[in-house]
Ligand binder design. Structure first.
Ligand code: DAS
Length: 357
């Protein structure tokens, strides 16, 4: 009897020591897909001090990844060149193609997050479009640079490292599409390019960043109150071409010529970037009423960078059957109106979307 117990105890001890002796299993590094589209982050200049007048969209995704070997510390990365363009040339057709690829990748169990390198000129528009059509809560992070890859103190490599580290972070899930540059984490809906040249250009001037990156780790301080990604009602699956929506900027004496031109061009929606609280000049109002009578949906936004456009404030939206843009910039209001028109032309339903997203 004692021999049997001794054998049993010896077996248990051997198991305990053998498990203890095994090296602790390293946690699996997340898999992050990097989708490259061009821009300054992939740009090259004639000299190391060239910060304007360089060529954007020249380096391929493999070169961008090779320039940051530290990426291997935070994720297993794969690279894909989706486009190679300066982002002033981005179009809604590019948005559709990119969004489809993002949704395909996020649907895979072996993809934990996506980082997208992008030109800075229209980065905020692509980010918001993705925020409204990506169907999963896995992290999607857009990143660009304000200096070309060849310049002294180029910001691209650290921006890319931070963007991949963020996309690899479980804490980044469920927060909507984000923009990560200059150590800041911004929400796609709120962020805008505030300076033509400086590294800190991407800001959310009134609402502030979602959080910050420090040594490759995200710290969050707020979440957005608006719907996004997995909660979206928008589905780009069946869409081959997005509805045409234009933006008209108001200024002293702007009259109706640009509005009439948009109508003649066959747009289905017009975002009017009015003065002040979305004010309409007499001529602009007349032209927009005429556009509305032809079935074109009109959104009153403002050229003023801060604040909201109040419904029935500077114009009787109820009577005119217009939509107020809330606190969205004209370029963000255009993104939302473009998607809204894939679902409805009813202005009351669209106004509801401007309150939810
Ligand atoms: N032309 C700019 C663009 O591609 C370069 C940049 O800032 O990324 O958006």
């Amino acid at each position: 009897m004692n021999t049997r117990l001794t054998q049993l105890a010896a077996g248990v001890l051997a198991t305990v020591f053998s498990v203890a002796a095994q090296p602790a299993r390293e946690p699996r590094l997340p898999n992050v897909a990097i989708l490259a589209t061009g821009g300054t982050i992939a740009g090259t200049g004639a000299t190391s001090t060239t910060t304007v007048g360089y060529k954007a969209a020249t380096l391929g995704v493999d070169a961008l990844i090779a320039a940051v070997p530290e990426l291997a510390r935070v994720a297993h990365v794969s690279g894909e060149q989706v486009f190679q363009i300066a982002s002033e040339n981005m179009t809604p057709g590019h948005w559709l193609q990119l969004a489809r690829r993002v949704n395909e990748l996020l649907a895979r169990d072996d993809v934990d997050g996506v980082a997208i390198t992008h030109g800075t000129d229209t980065l905020e528009e692509t980010a918001y479009f993705l925020d409204l059509v990506v169907k999963r809560s896995k992290p999607v992070v857009l990143v660009g640079a304000m200096r070309p890859s060849t310049s002294l103190s180029a910001d691209g490599p650290m921006n890319l490292y931070n963007a991949v580290a963020l996309a690899a972070s479980p804490d980044a899930a469920g927060r909507g599409v984000m923009v990560c540059m200059n150590d800041q984490i911004n929400a796609a809906r709120d962020v805008t390019k505030t300076n033509t040249a400086t590294l800190d250009t991407f800001r959310a001037p009134e609402l502030g960043p979602l959080g910050v990156m420090e040594s490759g780790h995200p710290t969050f301080y707020r979440t957005t109150t608006r719907l996004h990604t997995s909660a979206t009602e928008f589905d780009i699956g069946p869409i081959q071409e997005l509805p045409k929506v234009g933006i008209v900027l108001a200024y002293a004496g702007s009259g109706r010529v640009a509005i009439d031109a948009m109508v003649a061009a066959g747009v289905r929606g017009i975002v009017h970037a009015g003065t002040g609280n979305g004010s309409l000049s007499t001529d602009a109002k007349a032209a927009l009423v005429e556009a509305r009578s032809k079935g074109i949906v009109v959104v009153r936004a403002s050229r003023v960078p801060g604040g909201t456009v109040a419904r029935n404030g500077e114009a009787d939206d109820d009577a005119l059957d217009f939509v107020a843009a809330d606190n969205l910039s004209p370029q963000k209001a255009r993104v939302l109106l473009t998607l809204a028109l894939t679902r409805t032309a009813d202005t009351h339903e669209i106004q509801g979307m401007f309150r939810r997203y």
